[in-house]
Design a protein around this ligand. Structure first.
Ligand SMILES: [Zn+2]
Ligand SMILES: [Zn+2]
Length: 407
């Protein structure tokens, strides 16, 4: 027996329904904000992620499904969604159009990690990327969009925000931070000691308790912003406050890659275990340039679909559509014909095997159909259909013509 690969799973039945419900809801809301659907390839050149996600990251170093294809190309299954969208943006020369572009995407991503609760090797992301908009109103609007999705799905969250500064204030802050870290080096974990040289900002979000304690007096980015970053951050907070979206500032919320700047945010659920972030994003004004395009302001986010599905409760499933059955072989032709007309606007399920009424009613119930429509001996003779409304528990007989007309 062949099973799915480790860390991969089929999405079926209840989970598939939840998935569809989530994607429909998120897509509809994003479209109201002007985002249009974009589908990029799942397989891309490995170099794309080495450059965008960063060669020193675990994702690129340890977790990529990377291989040489039959043409000798170094390729990998995408580990995240943003890089492909930015690659699309540049390879279609949209960076030279000076316009504003908004794309939404969703689909499978792949990381070769140790599978655990809430973490799969194949997982799904839903994301939006907005290009060409510098205004902090866009940062606010994208947070508003995410909060609308979770509100609509009845998913509770807390929102954390931070500012990562810009190419003017960040490098100065980084120097200050490195100075501080060198002083407390001995109190830090091995990873953090290494990061002082490679990626000091990442030290701020180390989960090690000793590191957290040692870092409590570390200089904070938000106290070291230049005037433009400072006023944008204040404006973002003001906009969120005025719209009633609750948030807290997490001064240790970082992304650790140089092309991220200004707003960073994370939506967190308290109803999940260790993997508790359900959405994350922020501004990345340097990424388009980083990947060879013209400098373009950009802000975006991604939602971790599997984690959301864990929290999602489907709205009550109402009985829907029509179940057709016949009690004799002669009746089957007739129900097949009627079902064809019904399917123009409705769901119809047809049982081809003649059965007794009781058996049909049971099947219709299992299909969660609203109407159980049966052709027996009398109905065949009179050109009628026997119908039971399983919702309102009433029965009636109608002529075939009327039945199709009055649906
Ligand atoms: Zn700045
Ligand atoms: Zn540490």
């Amino acid at each position: 027996m062949i099973k799915p690969l480790r860390g991969m799973r089929d999405l079926a039945f209840e989970d598939a329904k939840k998935f569809e419900y989530f994607i429909d809801t998120a897509t509809n809301i994003a479209k109201k904000y002007g985002y249009e659907y974009l589908e990029t390839p799942i397989l891309e050149e490995s170099a794309l992620f080495k450059r965008s996600v960063g060669e020193s990251s675990d994702i690129v170093n340890k977790e990529m499904y990377q291989f040489i294809d039959k043409g000798g190309n170094d390729v990998c299954l995408r580990p995240e969604g943003t890089a492909g969208v930015v690659r699309f943006f540049i390879s279609n020369k949209l960076d030279r159009q000076d316009g504003k572009y908004k794309f939404l995407y969703y689909g499978p991503m792949f990381r070769y990690e140790r599978p655990q609760k809430g973490r799969f090797r194949e997982f799904h992301q839903f994301g939006c990327e907005s290009f060409g908009e510098e205004s902090v109103y866009e940062d606010y609007t994208i947070i508003e969009l995410i909060s609308k999705i979770f509100d609509e799905l009845n998913i509770a969250y807390s929102l954390e925000i931070n500012s990562l500064g810009c190419s003017e204030c960040m490098p100065k802050y980084k120097e200050k931070l490195v100075e501080f870290l060198e002083d407390i080096k001995d109190e830090l974990c091995e990873d953090c000691q290494r990061r002082i040289k490679t990626n000091p900002i990442r030290v701020l979000d180390c989960k090690n308790q000793n590191c957290k304690t040692a870092l409590s007096n570390a200089p904070k980015i938000t106290d070291n912003l230049c005037s433009s970053c400072h006023s944008d951050f204040e404006k973002l907070k003001e906009l969120l406050e005025n719209s009633g979206i609750e948030f807290s500032v997490n001064k240790n919320l970082v992304r650790g890659l140089d092309y991220y700047n200004k707003s960073a945010f994370e939506f967190i659920s308290s109803n999940l275990g260790a993997q508790n972030a359900i959405a994350g994003g922020g501004r990345y004004d340097k990424l388009v340039e980083f990947l060879g395009g013209k400098p373009t302001a950009a802000v975006g986010f991604a939602i971790g679909v599997e984690r959301v599905l864990e929290l999602l409760e489907l709205p009550e499933q109402k009985r829907e559509g029509y179940y057709f059955g016949a009690m004799s072989k002669e009746g089957v032709d007739k129900v097949v014909k009627v079902a064809k007309d019904i399917r123009k606007d409705n769901r119809a399920f047809v049982e081809f095997e003649p059965k007794k009424l009781k058996a049909h009613l049971k099947s219709a119930d299992r299909q969660n159909s609203r109407y159980c429509c049966i052709v027996g001996e009398d109905e065949l003779k009179n050109d009628t259909i026997w119908v039971k409304d399983l919702e309102e528990k009433r029965e009636f007989i109608v002529s075939s013509d009327e039945f199709v007309k009055n649906i």
